[in-house]
Design a protein around this ligand. Structure first.
Ligand code: FES
Ligand SMILES: [Fe+2]
Length: 369
């Protein structure tokens, strides 16, 4: 057996560089969770983008998001109540409509012209509620749309099983994961990656991976995942694996909302395709088991995010994924639209074959979207 002898080297050390945190939050659609959660007749408070939002459904059922700090004397509108299509402040009863305008003051005939809070565009897709953040405050362009998945609500698919965490770090740490080939073995011990590719194209970034994963893919079958970011904060992943000897098709959803620059809330959702050969009961048990296993794998990443610093100049080596290209892609969401380099609209791919026996899967975004 060879013994490595370590001697003191005079080679300079790598100095970690960390620029100050960004002053803005990424432009894009951000998911606040299941839309139904917000339809309980109460206003909901959400800490996001360094501020506080109030989310509520008026009588018309439409979900709205407003800045929650009442400009009158600063009470949190999310501890108020809903009346008609307005949210009413608990402190002095000022009422705000979905466009953010104050429409009612119980003790005054006139409403100050500045009595208005910021209104945030919202949208419901895939039974989830999304809010649009844009530091330039322009309306969301169609190319930023989150695609509707035909599997959501289909008879042969389960509903989303959702989990939520608050991570004490900047959300870029999570996004890095898309290009981080090197972490699979050490963090998710049972993984053996056979093929790894990334596609960057406009607002989309995708990871295609084939590997062996004892937990999620079985030892014989390959686990294949295609995971696409639609904008900075919504990842949809199609996964083919195996559990208890049966092939399992699932969709993972990984979305986040920055609370501030040092914390983000992470929503993790799983949908599983029902097996026609199994009973309703068995299908539910299988889905629950699979959800548990994917959450287990995910918490392994979470443990690292809680214990790391931000590095702007990572010391990379052969075998790392295209982390810098991913960072460049991600940076566009922190850049004014007109300043985003035109070349980012073009499709760029990076493929790393680590000994895949079968032909690799098609190099495309999840579900060809
Ligand atoms: S603080 Fe909201 S009405 Fe006075
Ligand atoms: Fe991971």
């Amino acid at each position: 057996m060879a013994t490595a002898i370590h001697t003191a080297s005079s080679a300079p050390l790598h100095t970690i560089e960390t620029k100050p945190m960004p002053e803005r939050y990424a432009r894009g659609w951000h998911c606040l969770g299941r839309a139904s959660e917000f339809r309980d007749g109460k206003p909901h408070g959400v800490s996001a983008f360094g501020t506080r939002l109030v989310v509520f459904a008026g009588d018309d059922g439409e979900l709205r998001a407003l800045n929650a700090w009442c400009p009158h004397m600063g009470a949190d509108l999310s501890i108020g109540r809903i009346e008609g299509d307005t949210v009413v402040c608990r402190f002095h009863g000022w009422g705000y409509a979905g466009d953010g305008a104050c429409t009612h003051i119980p003790y005054s005939k006139t409403i100050p012209p500045k009595a208005r809070v910021r209104s945030w565009p919202t949208r419901e897709v895939n039974r989830l509620l999304f809010v649009w953040n844009d530091p330039e405050q322009e309306p969301p362009p169609p190319e930023a749309d989150i695609p509707q998945l035909p599997q959501v609500g289909a008879a042969d698919w389960s509903d989303w099983a959702m989990s939520r965490w608050v991570i004490d770090n900047n959300c870029r740490e999570l996004v890095d994961n898309l290009a981080d080939l090197g972490h699979f073995g050490p963090v998710h011990g049972s993984s053996d990656v056979k093929y790894f590719a990334n596609i960057f194209e406009g607002g989309k970034a995708t990871q295609v991976m084939v590997g062996i994963n004892e937990r999620l893919g079985g030892t014989r079958n390959h686990l294949t995942t295609v995971a696409t970011y639609f904008g900075p904060a919504v990842l949809i992943c199609g996964m083919r694996g195996e559990a208890e000897g049966l092939p399992v098709e699932s969709i993972l959803l990984v979305t986040h909302v920055p609370i501030d620059q040092q914390h983000f809330e992470l929503d993790f959702g799983v949908m599983v395709r029902r097996q026609p050969a199994l009973s309703e009961e068995q299908n539910r048990a299988l889905a629950e088991r699979y959800v548990e296993l994917t959450i287990q794998a995910f918490t392994e990443d979470v443990a690292v995010w809680h214990n790391k610093i931000r590095v702007d100049n990572p010391l990379l080596c052969a075998g790392d994924g295209p982390l810098l290209q991913l960072r460049e892609w991600y940076e566009q969401f922190y850049t004014d639209r007109r300043q985003v380099p035109a070349r980012l609209a073009q499709r760029r791919t990076v493929e790393i074959d680590l000994g895949l026996a079968d032909p690799p899967p098609a190099l495309q975004h999840v579900f060809g979207l």
